[in-house]
Design a protein around this ligand. Structure first.
Ligand SMILES: C[S@@+](CC[C@H](N)C(=O)[O-])C[C@H]1O[C@@H](n2cnc3c(N)ncnc32)[C@H](O)[C@@H]1O
Length: 292
């Protein structure tokens, strides 16, 4: 299967206009947070954040396939001792733009640094907001199943009468559970809290996310040969993971230094991927011969 990794230099607001309608299966991205990293790639004032993001999300809505998903990694910062509300305002504005706010995942940063603040504790989680164009979207839940673990040993051993029969939702959501269905099963569906360590070493980008983060969502929302878009590419984590998982991808980055860094790395990968097979065999044979 031939996989295409297409990276572009420029402002997403403009570059996205070149992408065809309904052509992307998953958008996975972490945009610049409001004013947070002024010294590296310029921030956006919290009061201007929604206004800045909406023209981009309008294009994202156009390029996403109807059954595709948009996952936005974002967390509001603290300004003058208060949490900003721009993420909440953004969700409301995006709903008005036509997006469905389907789900919210939490990325629990397992290894966040210890610290002491006068009026709060260390921040060790971020939001991953899931948006869709329609209620029916592609989701491959079996791909992210997790071992049952201790839960099976403890809770499932002592089931109450309610647990043994279908327990319909008390809030009328139409969902119900029958916990006894899970007895003797080895695997279960995960929760919407992801416990992953941050991993910012050797990436040359101050805000790179761990590879396991895009990996999990790529597994859940795409299959091989699908297309993943990261409109705020940074060090290209989403694209490199997509490539490794046999997904096509598009990355857009406004800072030439980051774009060039990803481009150089992709060139190296290409050289490895497209090394002619005979030559490789010859090298292997030569090496074997030399060892003998
Ligand atoms: C939070 S970082 C993304 C980091 C990335 N997830 C990674 O793993 O390296 C956001 C990136 O968006 C880029 N950026 C900011 N505004 C942009 C815009 N309008 N269009 C494209 N890229 C932009 C920044 O230069 C920065 O590299």
């Amino acid at each position: 299967m031939e996989i295409n990794t297409d990276i572009r230099l420029g402002d997403s607001k403009e570059i996205l206009k070149d992408l065809p309608d309904n052509s992307v299966d998953l958008i996975f991205t972490s945009p610049p947070y409001a004013d947070q990293r002024k010294n590296t790639y310029g921030g956006i004032h919290p009061d201007k954040y929604v206004e800045w993001f909406l023209p981009i999300s309008k294009e994202l809505l156009r390029v996403l396939k109807p059954e595709g998903t948009f996952v936005l990694n974002i967390k509001e910062k603290v300004v003058n001792g208060e949490r900003s509300t721009y993420v909440m305002e953004l969700i409301i504005a995006m709903r008005k733009q036509g997006w469905l706010w389907t789900e919210e995942f939490i990325w629990h940063k397992k290894n966040s640094f210890p610290g002491k603040w006068p009026n709060r504790f260390r921040d060790s989680w971020e939001r991953l907001l899931q948006f869709n164009k329609q209620k029916k979207f592609n989701m491959y839940q079996e791909e992210v199943m997790v071992p049952m673990g201790d839960w099976a040993k403890n809770r499932l051993k002592n089931l109450s009468e309610t647990d043994k029969k279908r327990d319909n939702s008390k809030v009328g959501s139409g969902f119900g559970k029958n916990v006894s269905n899970w007895i003797n099963r080895k695997m279960a569906y995960p929760t919407n809290v992801l416990h992953l360590a941050t991993e910012c070493n050797n990436k040359n980008h101050s805000a790179a996310f761990p590879e396991s983060l895009p990996e999990w969502f790529i597994k859940l929302f795409t299959k091989k040969g699908d297309t993943v878009l990261d409109p705020f590419m940074g060090s290209g984590t989403t694209n490199f993971v997509a490539q490794r998982m046999n997904r096509n991808s598009i990355g857009i980055e406004i800072v030439p230094e980051y774009y060039n860094m990803v481009n150089d790395k992709l060139e190296t990968t290409k050289l490895i991927l497209f090394e002619p097979e005979e030559d490789y065999e010859q090298i292997k044979t030569k090496r074997r011969k030399a060892i003998r």
